[in-house]
Design a protein. Structure first.
Length: 225
C-alpha cells in the first residue's frame, strides 16, 4: 500500500509539472506571436509622369522608395512592430551595355533614395530583428517596362494585388523577394523575420513571403498611378 501511494503521488506530481509546462508554453506562444494586418487604403498617392514612346525616367528623378512604403504602411501590415527604424539607400542602375559604352559616373544613373529599408522588432523573434525593404528597379514607358521585365525577371509570373505581373526571386527560399511591375514602375520588395505568426506552430518564413510581402505589393500598386 505504501509503495502504491508513493507511485500515485509521483504520478500526480508528474502530471502537475506537465500541466504547468503546457500552460506556460501556451502563455509564451500567445504573447510571442505576431499578427498580420492589411495594407492601408491608398489611392494614387505617388504620381509618376506620363511616359510614352520609349521614354525612360532618369534614376535621379525616381520617386523616393520610402514614399512607396512609409512607416504608416509598415504599421498597418505589421501592427505588432516596435522600434521601427527607416533608412534610405542609394541605388546605381546603369545597364551593362551602358556601362561598357561609358563607365563614368552619371547623376542620372543613380538615385539617393531608390531603396528604403525598415528594421523593427516583432514578438517572438528568435535570433535577429525583422527586416523589410523596397527597391525601385526602373521607371519608364509601360511597354518598355514590360519588355525589360521579361528579360530581367524570368520565372513563373502571376498577377496579384494590383500589379500587372509579379515573380518570386528564389522560389525555394521562404524569405524570397518579389519583383513586380505596375504601369511605368518596376520594383522589388523583400525581407525576413524569425517570428511565429498567429495560427502557426513554429516560425514560418514562407508566411512572410506568401502573406506579408503581398500586402506590401498591394500598398505600392495602390499608390502608383
Amino acid at each position: 500500500m505504501k509503495k502504491n501511494r508513493i507511485a500515485w503521488l509521483a504520478l500526480a506530481a508528474a502530471l502537475l509539472v506537465s500541466t504547468t509546462v503546457v500552460a506556460t508554453l501556451q502563455i509564451v506562444n500567445a504573447s510571442g506571436e505576431s499578427s498580420i494586418g492589411k495594407a492601408a487604403p491608398r489611392n494614387g498617392d505617388v504620381r509618376l509622369p506620363p511616359l510614352k514612346d520609349g521614354r525612360i525616367l532618369a534614376a535621379d528623378k525616381w520617386p523616393d522608395a520610402c514614399t512607396l512604403v512609409d512607416e504608416e504602411d509598415v504599421k498597418a501590415i505589421l501592427p505588432d512592430a516596435e522600434d521601427l527604424r527607416q533608412e534610405q539607400r542609394g541605388v546605381y542602375v546603369p545597364s551593362v551595355k551602358d556601362f561598357a559604352a561609358d563607365s563614368s559616373w552619371k547623376e542620372s544613373n543613380s538615385s539617393d533614395s531608390g531603396q528604403c529599408d525598415y528594421a523593427m522588432r516583432l514578438p517572438g523573434e528568435r535570433y535577429r530583428p525583422t527586416h523589410f525593404w523596397i527597391r525601385v528597379d526602373a521607371v519608364a514607358d509601360p511597354q518598355l517596362i514590360a519588355g525589360y521585365y521579361r528579360e530581367v525577371a524570368p520565372g513563373a509570373t502571376m498577377k496579384m494585388n494590383g500589379a500587372d505581373l509579379c515573380v518570386i526571386n528564389g522560389p525555394h527560399d521562404g524569405n524570397g523577394s518579389w519583383t513586380c511591375r505596375k504601369g511605368p514602375l518596376m520594383f522589388t520588395v523583400g525581407g525576413h523575420t524569425t517570428t511565429t505568426f498567429e495560427g502557426q506552430f513554429d516560425a514560418a518564413p514562407f508566411i512572410w513571403r506568401d502573406e506579408v510581402a503581398p500586402e506590401f505589393i498591394r500598398t505600392v500598386t495602390a499608390k502608383v498611378t
